[in-house]
Every structure is written in structure tokens, then in C-alpha cells.
Design a protein around this ligand. Sequence first.
Ligand code: HEM
Length: 209
Amino acid sequence: MKGFVDEMRAVAMKLHTKDQAREGEKESVDPPIAAWNPSVDGYLKFLVDSKVVFDTLESIVTTALHPSYGGFKNTGLERSEQLSKDLEWFKEEGYSIPEPSKPGIVYSSYLQQLAENDPPAFICHFYNIYFAHSAGGRIIGSKVAEKVLNKKELEFYKWEGSLSQLLQSVRIKLNHVSSGWSREEKNHCLEETEKSFVYSEDIIRLILS
Ligand code: HEM
């Protein structure tokens, strides 16, 4: 039987552009990743702002700001520590690490506010951020590494154990949590997907800044 995560995934896939994913339905505005001309400085801005977002998600879940978030502690998908190690590596390589910028700060405060007031919407972002990173995020990482990092594999793109198993157990938890929601709450969660794309795309765009 299909669970609610299948509905979340279907909505997310349609919001991809045709060149991002096979199931994408939107026309692309930005150039495809293969044609990107990234810089290490732009990529560092992206990593710093991504860390702001993951720090926020992980502290919300760790403190179980709402009881329904408690099950998402230590899923193995957490990225904050890995990003700290990566930023440390860049520092050792002589790069200066930028301060967090607007896209990460704005998204982080939006997430904090949703987490307190609107669990179904918060869970939508939680799903999209971690699952996007495991799919498109890795594509971005390998393209950028190939172009400007001499193929260096960052910790951000490494998971302990099997990533597909980690994702699968989070899918089960998401289905479980959402099984307590009314149809209205489920629809509200699905409707939030578009915002998740807008906020995340603003952070991704830093790579090209
Ligand atoms: C899945 C690409 C941005 C959310 C995927 C997949 C690809 C992809 C190739 C796998 C499709 C499949 O299973 O066959 C990309 C690229 C992006 C991008 C190239 C940007 C350059 C985003 C953004 C979000 C997002 C901004 C939301 C914030 C998701 C989700 C899935 C997905 C939720 C489903 C993952 C799963 O079922 O395991 N993406 N994506 N993606 N993407 Fe993206």
C-alpha cells in the first residue's frame, strides 16, 4: 500500500525542471548543472548556508520542539557535523569561510517558526531538505567537485552505512507521523513543497554567485 511519503514525493518530483529529473515537469530557467561554471567561493557560501539550515533542523529535532519530531532524532541523515568537518578542511586549505548569508538565515528562521506553529508544514520541509540532498544534492556535489575541487569528496556527501536504508527508515517514520493527520493537514503539508523548493533554490544559487 502506498503511504503519504509517496504523495510528498510525487508533488516534489513535479516541481523539478525537466533537465533536473526525469519526472520533472517545469521548464528550466537556470542553466543545467552540467553547464555550470561554479567557483570555490560560491560553493563555500552554499555550504555555509546549508549548514545554517541543517543546524536549525537538527536542533529542532533534537530538542523535539513538538512531540511528533522526537522520532526523527539520529536518523543517520544529519549533515551538520559533516559540514563542520568540510569547512574545517577548506580552512586548512587556506580558504576563508564566509559568514552565513541571507538565503540560509531567512530559511532557518522560517523553519524555526514553522516548527513551533505548524508541524505538518515543518515535516514537509524536513522531508524535502534531507531527500533532496540525497538525490539532486549529490549530483551537484559531484559536478562541483569535478570542476573546481579536483574531485575531492566532501563529508557532506558521505553517510554511515547504506543511504538507501537510512532513507527507507525515515520514510516509514514520515508515514507513521502523518497517519495521525487529517486530510486537510496532509494537503497543507503537500502545499508547502513549493516553498521548500523556492528557499532551497535560493541557497543552491549561491554556488553561482
Ligand atoms: C529526487 C535532481 C533540486 C527534492 C530527485 C532525483 C533527481 C533530482 C535526479 C531522483 C529522481 C528519481 O528517483 O528518479 C535534482 C536536481 C536539483 C534538485 C538536479 C537541483 C539542481 C531539488 C530541490 C528539492 C528537491 C530544490 C526540494 C527542496 C527532491 C525530492 C526527491 C528528489 C524530495 C525524492 C527523493 C526520493 O524519493 O528519494 N531530485 N533535484 N530536489 N528531489 Fe531533487
